[in-house]
Design a protein around this ligand. Structure first.
Ligand code: 3PG
Length: 306
């Protein structure tokens, strides 16, 4: 059995060592494809792989067709919008993610980015503090819950909206549940985005929603660029000169955003939320264990496709 790690953005070395240990202890072989520059390299590498561990790497129908022996692909992380689930199902390939394993890393970055934003990108002018500010958590999943935990340490006032999470869960965590996404944006000084990119959520953060936010608001996005209506974001930021947008996902219109909104807009060049040794170890080793358990015991607990 051959397990391939195919990561354009590599795991920390210690995480690769941990994955290797799990894979070899099961009697499987490990192959590594990192920092590839051409899709062809991925297509070549998957040919004889029985199982693949990926991150945000694109697993489309072409990759699935090339991976003739593939039984399982595990996205070491949360979002699996980079995988063609239907093509995988049609080829009998099991797709899994590793929910929660990198959530703390992403949540910590939210605060790194927020402090940078409210201190005016460290430009020497007087900024504001997080204490006492209303923080809106847009989706109360694993990352949202870690954000809430950390925000309590900052003394923030916490609100959340999640169409799929029972209000009682939020209330038990001392979070005020909001009835609608509009209520969340209208109420909060800062909103932290944690929704997946789906047909429902794509471009859902648009000018109409941003218009509801109070003066001087900050939006922090460590989720997906697709959930932002980028054209409307430009429109909104042009007329709302007090608003700041900080994101961990390079927008499609980064050049325009940088040109027009210097000092109010920041993006990491490459998604950094899950890029810690701890998150790589957690998600990578979970992925390896899930593969071994699936191949040896048919355990498909974290399967996300049909
Ligand atoms: C996730 O969905 O788990 C995060 O966006 C992290 O993605 P990455 O593994 O590509 O850094």
């Amino acid at each position: 059995m051959k397990v391939l790690i195919a990561t354009d953005k590599p795991f920390a070395k210690i995480a690769v060592a941990g994955i290797r240990f799990e894979v070899e202890a099961a009697g499987f072989e490990l192959a590594l494809l990192e920092k590839y520059t051409e899709k062809q390299q991925l297509l070549d590498a998957v040919v004889d792989a029985d199982a693949i561990i990926i991150r945000s790497d694109i697993i489309d129908a072409e990759v699935i067709a090339a991976a003739k022996k593939m039984k399982i692909v595990v996205r070491a992380g949360a979002g699996y919008d980079n995988i063609d689930l239907d093509a995988a199902s049609d080829s009998g390939v099991c797709v899994m993610n590793t929910p929660g394993q990198n959530a703390n890393a992403v949540a910590e970055l939210v605060f790194g980015m927020l402090i940078y934003a409210v201190r005016n990108f460290y430009n020497g002018t007087s900024g504001t503090e997080l204490m006492g500010k209303k923080l809106g958590i847009h989706a109360y999943g694993n990352v949202g819950r870690n954000v809430a935990r950390i925000a309590k340490g900052f003394g923030m006032d916490l609100y959340a909206y999640d169409a799929y999470c029972p209000e009682t869960i939020m209330m038990n965590d001392a979070i005020k549940p909001m009835k609608s996404v509009e209520d969340l944006y209208a109420t909060c000084d800062i909103v932290s985005v944690h929704i997946p990119a789906t047909s429902e959520t794509k471009k859902s953060i648009n000018a109409a929603l941003l218009n509801l936010m109070p003066k001087g608001a900050v939006l922090v996005n460590t989720a997906r660029k697709e959930v932002i209506d980028e054209a409307e974001m430009v429109e909104f930021m042009t007329t709302h000169r007090d608003f700041k947008y900080v994101t961990d996902i390079l927008p499609g219109n980064d050049v325009e955003m940088t040109e027009k909104f210097a000092g109010r807009y920041f993006t990491t060049p490459k998604k950094m939320g899950a890029q810690t040794s701890e998150a790589n170890i957690n998600a990578g080793i979970a992925a390896a264990k899930q593969i071994v358990d699936f191949i040896k015991n048919r355990n498909a607990q974290y399967k996300v496709n049909k």
